[in-house]
Design a protein around this ligand. Structure first.
Ligand code: CP3
Length: 345
């Protein structure tokens, strides 16, 4: 019997199997370093509208696969679609990053808890189904969402902030409201990921880019409990679908998480020691990472790639960057990286 999923190198690796050189994909692989992405975006300048236009989403999701032959496509969307659809309008002005409307929390939460976003997410789900159909069977399709905490940082701070003072103050002064917000997002993230899997995603990743801003004494409440809830809800419905958690700056907690959430795979940022990951994490879980995006963009990355492969590819391992690919990354670097990883024995 042929099973679609058994042909996928990424999916197999995440399930703990190994075959040849490690699979490779890059976080933010569809994006502004690609001229063909820029051309598509220029036709639809409103970013959120772009995210909900299947024709555009399908095209830009497939662009990096057509060019570089990565082992996986990641569906083009954004972690901020959830607040946007809940009514906290998100806009992107050039050079500014995301800007979110200020909301009145009591009424926003009351309204949002009952709001089912299934209908609003139809354009995304349709795009997933079509991309899955167009992708060849050996390529995996990755779905994703932000973690509740990381999404909340943007919602409370109305955008990106350097120091997280505003959100920590908010959590301290309005603990009930903050708890409700985290619960709301846990619920919406779960639904979104279930919807993406139902529509055709083979793997999902949870982006927790700002995990390290949470004070240690709040890790359980703000990071690990929501993650556990999401993970268990997904596993209950789709036990075969691998889940990757990418928590930036928080990897020292991965071994304890791996023991608790069996089967969860972990994305490493570039600060993580390879020796540590090999010794402490690889016996427990599949790992993914962790080439420094700056070094990758600079062109001086061949030795780092060899190092990563030599240290981590004796166990199930997924090659990736430690964070998203930078806009100024020369395209020739991407070709060179894929070739180096593919040729590794
Ligand atoms: O990886 C992919 O190719 C899929 C698409 C994807 C995007 N955002 C598209 C995007 C993914 C997985 C994300 C995740 C995301 N979005 C994260 C977590 C990962 C990370 O990088 O830490 C975060 C924090 C966001 C929120 C967000 N969206 C920010 C901070 C920005 C502005 C960044 C910037 O470079 O201006 C966005 C916009 C965004 N999301 C762009 C893309 C390609 C750039 C928009 C444009 O074309 O102008």
């Amino acid at each position: 019997m042929t099973n679609l999923k058994t042909e996928q190198k990424l999916t197999q690796t995440l399930k703990g199997e190994m075959q040849g050189s490690p699979p490779i994909w890059l976080m933010r692989q569809a994006g502004r370093y690609l001229p063909e992405y820029q051309a598509e975006r220029a036709m639809l300048p409103d970013f959120m509208e772009f995210c909900f236009t299947p024709e555009a989403v399908i095209k830009v999701t497939l662009q990096p696969i057509e060019r570089f032959g990565f082992d996986a496509a990641i569906i083009f969307s954004d972690i901020l679609t959830i607040p946007h659809l809940l009514g906290q309008t998100v806009t992107f002005a050039a050079g500014h990053g995301p800007m979110l409307e200020k909301v009145e929390w009591d009424s926003f939460l009351k309204k949002s808890i009952e709001k089912d976003l299934t209908q609003e997410y139809q354009p995304l789900y349709q795009s997933i189904t079509i991309v899955r159909h167009e992708l060849s069977s050996e390529k995996a399709l990755i779905g994703f969402a932000g973690s509740p905490w990381t999404i909340a940082t943007y919602m409370v701070q109305c955008g990106k902030s350097q120091d997280f003072a505003a959100i920590l103050k908010f959590a301290k002064e309005k603990p009930e409201i903050f708890k409700q917000l985290i619960n709301l997002l846990t619920d919406k993230v779960t639904h979104l990921l279930l919807g993406q899997i139902k529509a055709g995603c083979d793997v999902v990743q949870i982006f927790d880019s700002w995990a390290s801003a949470v004070p240690e004494e709040h890790h359980e409440e703000l990071l690990w409990n929501p993650l556990e809830k999401i993970y268990k809800s997904l596993k209950k419905v789709y036990p075969e679908i691998p889940v990757i958690y990418y928590g930036r700056g928080i990897s020292k907690h991965y071994p304890e998480l791996a023991k608790k959430l069996k089967g969860l795979a972990f994305g490493l940022d570039q600060s993580v020691s390879l020796t540590w990951a090999k010794k402490e994490l690889q016996p427990l879980a599949t790992v993914q990472g962790n080439l420094d995006p700056e070094k990758f963009a600079s062109g001086e990355f061949e030795n780092d790639v060899s190092n990563i492969l030599n240290k981590l590819s004796q166990k199930p391992f997924v090659f990736n960057l430690g964070h998203g690919i930078l806009r100024h990354t020369p395209i020739k670097n991407v070709y060179q990286l894929v070739e180096q990883v593919r040729n590794y024995k």
